[in-house]
Design a protein around this ligand. Structure first.
Ligand SMILES: NC(=O)C1=CN([C@@H]2O[C@H](COP(=O)(O)OP(=O)(O)OC[C@H]3O[C@@H](n4cnc5c(N)ncnc54)[C@H](O)[C@@H]3O)[C@@H](O)[C@H]2O)C=CC1
Ligand SMILES: O=C(O)C1=N[C@H](C(=O)O)C[C@H](O)C1
Length: 247
C-alpha cells in the first residue's frame, strides 16, 4: 500500500489528486498539506512513503527537498523548473537514496503530442508552439510548452535540420514569441480555456498541426497515479512521464 502525502492539497490540482488517491485501491491518503505546514514533520509523522507536489513555481523545489529529507519518494507536477533546480534535486535524490519524478504534464494527450511534435519536427522547415491556458496560471510559457520546444530542438539538432526560417526585421513588442532553444513559443491566457497546446509545422504548400486539449483536471489523474506507482522503480531524478509509459 502506497501512503501518499499531497502537497498543495487545497489547490485546484491538489483537490483532484487527493480525490484520485482516495479512490485508488493500492493507495492511502495520509496527509493533506498546504502553505504554512511543516512539510517534513507532517510527512514523517503521517508515515508517508510518497509525496506529490502541485504548488507554485516558487515553492516546488523547497518542497521536494523537504519531502526527500523526510525520506519519501516524490512526484512533482508543479511547473517553472530551471536546469539548475533539476540538478540540485538530482543530487539530493541520490544523497537520500529516493526517487523523484518531475513531469510538466501528466495527460496522455499532452505526453503524446510532445512525442509526435518531436518526431515530425525534422521533416518541416518551420515549427512554432502556441500554448493556451486559463488566466489564473502563474507561469508563462507553460512547462509543457518548454518541454515541447526542447524536444523539437533536440530532434532537429540530431537530424541536422537547419535553423528555422524567419526574416522578421523588427519586433519591438516581442510578438514573434519567446524563443525556447530557438523555437518560438507563444502563450495565450484566456478565460474559458483550461490547458491546450498547438504545434504548427510548416513546409512549402503544407502544414501539420499537433494539438492537445485538456478540458478538465481529471485528465491528469491516471498519469499522477502511474507516477506514484512507478517512481520508486526509477533511481534518482526522472523528468517527464514518457519514460514511465515506455515512450
Ligand atoms: N504536471 C501537470 O500535469 C500539471 C501541472 N500543473 C501545475 O501545477 C501547479 C499548481 O497548479 P494549480 O493547482 O492550478 O494551482 P493552485 O494555485 O490552485 O494551487 C496551488 C496550491 O499550493 C499551495 N501552496 C503554495 N505554497 C505552498 C507551500 N510552500 N507549501 C505547500 N502548499 C503551498 C497553495 O496554497 C494552493 O493551495 C502549477 O505549477 C501548474 O502549472 C497543473 C496542472 C497539470
Ligand atoms: O497551470 C496549469 O493549469 C497547467 N500547467 C501545466 C503546464 O504548465 O504545462 C500543465 C497543464 O498545461 C496545465
Amino acid at each position: 500500500m502506497l501512503k501518499v502525502a499531497v502537497i498543495g492539497a487545497k489547490g485546484r490540482m491538489g483537490t483532484y489528486v487527493c480525490e484520485a488517491v482516495e479512490g485508488a485501491e493500492d493507495m492511502e491518503l495520509v496527509a493533506r498539506l498546504d502553505a504554512g505546514d511543516d512539510l517534513a514533520e507532517v510527512i514523517k509523522t503521517a508515515g508517508a512513503t510518497h509525496a506529490v507536489d502541485f504548488t507554485t513555481p516558487q515553492t516546488a523545489e523547497a518542497n521536494a527537498m523537504a519531502a526527500l529529507g523526510a525520506g519519501v519518494h516524490v512526484v512533482v507536477g508543479t511547473t517553472g523548473w530551471t536546469e539548475e533546480a533539476y540538478a540540485r534535486v538530482r543530487e539530493a535524490a541520490a544523497a537520500a537514496g529516493k526517487s523523484v519524478l518531475i513531469a510538466p504534464n501528466f495527460a496522455i494527450s499532452a505526453v503524446l503530442a510532445m512525442k509526435f511534435a518531436a518526431a515530425a519536427a525534422p521533416y518541416f522547415e518551420s515549427v512554432e508552439v502556441i500554448e493556451m491556458h486559463h488566466p489564473d496560471k502563474l507561469d508563462a510559457p507553460s512547462g509543457t510548452a518548454i518541454a515541447t520546444a526542447k524536444g523539437i530542438a533536440a530532434a532537429r539538432e540530431a537530424a541536422g535540420a537547419p535553423a528555422l526560417p524567419d526574416n522578421t526585421q523588427t519586433d519591438e513588442l516581442g510578438t514573434r514569441g519567446g524563443k525556447v532553444t530557438g523555437v518560438p513559443v507563444h502563450a495565450v491566457r484566456l478565460r474559458g480555456l483550461y490547458a491546450s497546446e498547438e504545434v504548427l509545422l510548416g513546409n512549402p504548400g503544407e502544414q501539420l498541426v499537433v494539438r492537445t486539449d485538456c478540458f478538465d483536471r481529471v485528465s491528469f489523474m491516471p498519469g499522477v497515479l502511474l507516477g506514484l506507482r512507478k517512481v520508486a522503480d526509477y533511481q534518482g531524478l526522472t523528468i517527464g512521464l514518457d519514460a514511465f509509459l515506455g515512450l
